[in-house]
Design a protein around this ligand. Structure first.
Ligand code: SAM
Length: 329
């Protein structure tokens, strides 16, 4: 029984946040003072949720946070997830989103445990600017080591997520183009969304897809290539065929009509949209002893009512009930 919502979208991507703690305080995400706001569950609880959801058609699981590498036991958790089987008898694809700070040591063990892919967040490719954005000194070298260790471990592809903010780091666009080619990674620019703790978002701060493409052309022109409908990023390659760039443009080119994602927060709430104004307490049901059948009934009903789309930038926009770090990006 594959999961489908009332708009006919089939749901096959699951993101699980395993903590909302983070060791970085990126200026566009955190206030700089807040720590964790929500509980963390034992891995066995996330595993049960994942098992049930894979039984309902989930084929891809992404671990995120907060910073997922802060959780001890993540390698064993990946190993357990890798034992799950989809309806087609395949291992679900397992991916990780991380700031990369602790990745160098653990990339190979994660790969050996069954991790397929990694996305590492970097909002600048120079050490000083990197420190200003993350508000953590000396992170750049650790993250770069994490990027290289991931490639060496055979995690493929290694993707880099970069959120651009006007007046802050849009001058890094060409440097990221160079970085993608030199390090053989896919760099994906993400339009800034109103999901930050400080509520500083304005449409003017967003560096849009069109602008990114034209600024990159000052370095080297990009050509668009085909992407899966449910993929968040539009894909581009450089005109000489070396290097790939992605652009995730939820603000200027929304892709909600093809959304295939649901999320579980660190405290076990099911969220059907980043911009949901409420969440659904799957863990509370489990805690009260619900059978798998009851949990399935709950999940199917919740997913049916997945939001049609977000309303970023529209009059009367209602902010999500949680900010990005407490949802799981
Ligand atoms: N700590 C991990 C990391 O840094 O990748 C995982 C969690 S982080 C919230 C996931 C991604 O969301 C990062 O790439 C981050 O840059 C992005 N992000 C955070 N706030 C955002 C916002 N308001 N708009 C767009 N992307 C955002």
């Amino acid at each position: 029984m594959p999961l489908t919502d009332n708009f006919g979208r089939s749901i096959h991507d699951l993101r699980i946040s395993i903590t909302d703690r983070c060791n970085y305080k990126c200026v566009y995400c955190r206030t700089g003072t807040n720590g964790a706001a929500y509980a963390e569950l034992p891995f066995d609880d996330y595993l049960r949720m994942a098992r049930i959801l894979v039984g309902l058609g989930i084929t891809k699981i992404r671990l995120t946070g907060g910073e997922p590498l802060l959780r001890k036991g993540i390698v064993e958790f990946v190993r357990d997830l890798a034992k799950l089987r989809t309806a087609a008898g395949k291992k679900p694809e397992i991916a990780l989103t991380t700031n990369g700070h602790l990745l160098a040591e653990i990339a190979q063990p994660l790969k050996d445990a069954g991790l397929d892919r990694v996305t590492i967040s970097m909002d600048a490719v120079d050490a000083e600017r990197f420190a200003r954005i993350t508000r953590v000194p000396n992170g750049y070298e650790s993250v770069l080591a994490g990027v290289r260790a991931s490639r060496q471990a055979g995690l493929d592809p290694v993707k880099i997520n970069c959120v651009l903010l006007r007046g802050f780091n849009e001058d890094q666009i060409a440097n990221f183009g160079r970085f993608a080619r030199e390090e053989q990674v896919v760099v994906r620019f993400i339009e800034f969304m109103p999901l930050e703790e400080d509520r500083v978002w304005t449409p003017e701060i967003v560096v849009t897809l069109d602008e990114i493409v034209s600024r990159m052309a000052e370095y080297l022109p990009l050509e668009e290539i085909a992407h899966e409908r449910s993929e968040t990023a539009r894909r581009y390659r450089f005109s000489d065929g070396v290097g790939e760039i992605g652009i995730i443009a939820p603000v200027s080119h929304p892709f909600c009509g093809h959304c295939s994602r649901i999320r579980i927060t660190s405290d076990g709430k099911l969220r059907t949209c980043l911009f949901s104004v409420w969440d659904h307490d799957l863990h509370e049901l489990m805690r009260r002893g619900a059978t798998d059948e009851k949990l399935i009934e709950f999940i199917v009903k919740v997913v049916e009512k997945k939001e049609e789309r977000h309303h970023i930038g529209e009059p009367g926009f209602v902010p999500a009930s949680r900010t990005m770090v407490h949802i799981g990006g």
